[in-house]
Design a protein. Structure first.
Length: 229
């Protein structure tokens, strides 16, 4: 499956390389590099002529394409190594793009809690000019599926500084988005007792007090009548 490029420019980076074959210096072995499920939405050439310079420009163009022609998304995997950002085919694991971490610029997250928003967990980053290959800067836009886009932005910033990005944490894969709860959360307890239970207890006590008062009043009236008679 080809890696779709909306600018139709050939990439100077290696393609169709089996996963784990980057052999970049300092790369960890054993397949422990963080790897995330993504949907590739678009790639744009970054120029002032096209009006795409900043991440917000790319998002604006993406939404324009969605309204006019629609977006052809591709399921991919994004892997972070010490010196590289790899874009891999989701089915075969073949490396479709290899971006030097030093060229990654302006990683940005666009998120929304609106359930009706289609693009609610977006990662945007730019791969800067490569003077060696003559490749112009490109902006890549992804919908994150297995990680918060904001967490991935922080990971890319660590990569820019030459730091290793942590893989698994004691809480499970770092940044993984938990599934929504199947049931609504219980009501918060009040003094250690559930609100519903406390209301039921109050109603029961009120009914008991009413019958007790009614019985006591009838007894007093009966005694008073005996005295009068």
């Amino acid at each position: 499956m080809p890696y779709y490029n909306s600018g139709h420019n050939s990439s100077p980076y290696s393609k169709d390389v089996p996963s784990g074959a980057s052999n970049s210096s300092g790369s960890r072995s054993g397949g422990t590099e963080p790897t995330y499920m993504m949907e590739h939405l678009a790639t744009f050439t970054v120029t002032k002529d096209t009006g795409i310079v900043y991440p917000a420009d790319g998002m604006r163009r993406l939404l324009q394409l969605e309204k006019s022609n629609g977006i052809w998304s591709q399921k991919m995997q994004l892997r972070l190594e010490r010196n590289w950002v790899l874009i891999m085919d989701n089915e075969t694991g073949a490396v479709m793009e290899r971006f030097p971490a030093a060229l990654i610029q302006e990683p940005t997250a666009f998120t929304s809690r609106d359930p009706m928003e289609m693009y609610n967990n977006i990662l945007v980053f730019t791969v800067g000019d490569d003077s060696g290959s003559g490749q112009r800067a490109e902006m890549h836009i992804f919908q994150c599926q297995s990680i918060s886009a904001q967490d991935l932005v922080e990971d890319l910033k660590m990569l820019q500084m030459g730091k290793l990005v942590p893989g698994d944490s004691p809480r499970g894969p770092r940044g993984q988005i938990p599934p929504p709860p199947a049931l609504p959360p219980p009501e918060p307890p009040l003094n250690g007792v559930n609100v519903r239970e406390q209301v039921s207890a109050f109603n029961a006590n009120g009914i008991f007090f009413f019958f007790f008062f009614f019985f006591f009043l009838n007894k007093k009236i009966y005694q008073l009548l005996e005295i009068l008679i």
